[in-house]
Design a binder for this molecule. Structure first.
Ligand SMILES: Cc1cc2nc3c(=O)[nH]c(=O)nc-3n(C[C@H](O)[C@H](O)[C@H](O)COP(=O)(O)OP(=O)(O)OC[C@H]3O[C@@H](n4cnc5c(N)ncnc54)[C@H](O)[C@@H]3O)c2cc1C
Length: 437
């Protein structure tokens, strides 16, 4: 049987190699000039929450069937990846809520491509999937793709969409996620522009829940500049030690709502101008997330050319921030009320999870941050075999599968591992495609 895979991130590569192992003739189409997708910029942690109750608690709106699939299959998929020559770095994640492993992205991508080609599969780079072909009965029969040589049709018994969602399409992001004008920096490769998502919807596919959600990080806001290789390093992941203030000088979110600060990042995407200031005092600067202190992360923001303002008093900070357009009196009032509420032992509004300290000890620092999008949370709705479902009856579209973050709805209301979605859904889609074929 012939399987076409659209997208060469970890999702597409896993699907391609698994399908080839099962005897399929595989062609992987990759829009960029090399495979790997976002994996090559990532920290390489492939993980799941430790058990289903934790998964449900951390991502309460997510699809429980897909969460169970990740949880139950991740262990064997990690072994498969290691056996396939993936560059294993560690067998743990360092996060007690999760289990998983860490892989070296470059080594793993090379190994998967090598194995795929050794199994007779082919990887066509600079070749963009554009549309699905189907027969009169609605069965997917192939794809239309474009390369420098022009447009070409590829016939197939099964098509696996793994083009990485729509984080790279500003129009779709503005419509579904921001809900108005504005633009988020893409904290990933730029090529996931919704090609698979749109093509499947055009053929009657069902969209998942969570189209308005995304996974990303707050990064130093422009004029900060940094290349994709520094995406991990420049993350400003210390909101839990800071007070987050928007352009109106107001608190707008629970800074400590979740360990990955996904909720805070999402809330920042709905603030005027899509930016915020993280305000810290000397005690907050000593706060530690994994191996780095907030102070070190602030230093990184400064070195990238980001806006970092410092003063020896909150009034001084308000004076300095006023020069950046933050209303002086509103800012000062917010922080004075924040401090007074904590000292009085009363409830903050918005609430604040975890421990809250008043901002007391100089120096006081404000770092301008802006949300960035790594990948979308909503996407194509699939069944437990990663078969893409039809809108009209929620039955599988014959011949059509999805893998990686093209699959939507796993982490609605929270955050889970995109690399696990790539590895597990890639393998699952390939197995279903071959079994169904
Ligand atoms: C800085 C950073 C750190 C991260 N750290 C982690 C981590 O530690 N753990 C974790 O779980 N996740 C992490 N992630 C997220 C993770 O990398 C992604 O969720 C995961 O790689 C998604 O894999 P994918 O194959 O679904 O999509 P992608 O990696 O986006 O791959 C999609 C591929 O499809 C190609 N493509 C797009 N459109 C087309 C088309 N029309 N035709 C053909 N090809 C197309 C793209 O070029 C790309 O190669 C991180 C991401 C970044 C950027």
């Amino acid at each position: 049987m012939r399987v076409i895979i659209a997208g060469g991130g970890l999702g597409g590569l896993s699907a391609a190699l698994r399908a080839a192992e099962l005897g399929a003739q595989v062609t992987l189409l990759e829009k960029g000039d090399s495979p790997g997708g976002s994996f090559v910029y990532s920290s390489g942690y492939v993980w799941s929450y430790a058990d289903l109750p934790t998964f449900r608690r951390e991502t309460p709106g997510g699809d429980a069937i897909l969460q169970r699939l990740v949880l139950e299959r991740l262990g064997s998929c990690l072994t498969w990846l290691e056996d396939a020559g993936g560059g294993l770095l560690a067998r743990e994640t360092g996060n007690p809520l999760t289990f998983g492993a860490r892989f070296d992205p470059e080594r793993t991508v090379s190994a998967l491509v090598e194995r795929l080609e050794a199994s007779g599969g082919e990887v066509l780079t600079d070749t963009a999937f554009e549309a699905l072909r189907e027969d009169d009965a609605g069965r997917v029969t192939g794809v239309l793709a474009r390369s420098s040589g022009g447009k070409q049709e590829y016939g197939a018994d099964a098509v696996i969409l793994a083009s990485g969602g729509f984080a790279g399409d500003p129009e779709l992001v503005a419509r579904h996620i921001i809900g108005g004008p504005g633009r988020m920096r893409v904290r990933a490769h730029p090529r996931s522009t919704g090609d698979g998502f749109r093509a499947a919807l055009q053929k009657g596919a069902l969209a998942s829940a969570g189209l308005d959600e995304f996974y990303g990080r707050n990064l130093p806001a422009p004029p900060a500049e940094f290349p994709p290789e520094r995406f991990v390093e420049v993350s400003q992941l210390y909101g839990r030690y800071a007070v987050a203030i928007n352009a109106r000088g107001e608190r707008y979110a629970d800074e400590g709502a979740d360990w990955s600060e996904t909720a805070l990042t999402r809330a920042t995407a709905h603030q005027p101008g899509l930016y915020a200031y993280y305000i810290l005092d000397a005690a907050g600067l000593e706060g530690r997330v994994r191996e780095r202190t907030a102070k070190e992360m602030v230093g990184t923001a400064r070195r990238t050319g980001g806006t970092v303002v410092e003063a020896t008093s909150l009034t001084g900070l308000a004076d300095n921030l006023a020069e950046h357009g933050v209303p002086h009196d509103a800012f000062l009032r917010t922080l004075e009320e924040y401090n007074a509420t904590i000292v009085a032992g009363e409830n903050l509004s918005p609430p604040r999870s975890g421990q809250a300290w008043p901002l007391r000890f100089p120096p006081f620092v404000a770092v301008k941050v802006a949300p960035s999008i790594t990948h979308t949370v909503g996407g194509l709705a699939v069944d437990a075999g990663c078969r893409v479902l039809r809108r009209k009856d929620e039955r599988p579209i014959p011949g059509l599968y999805a893998a990686g973050v093209e699959v939507g709805g796993v982490s609605v209301g929270g955050y889970t591992s995109g690399l696990a979605s790539a590895l597990v859904f890639g393998g699952t889609a390939a197995e279903s495609a071959v079994a169904d074929g």
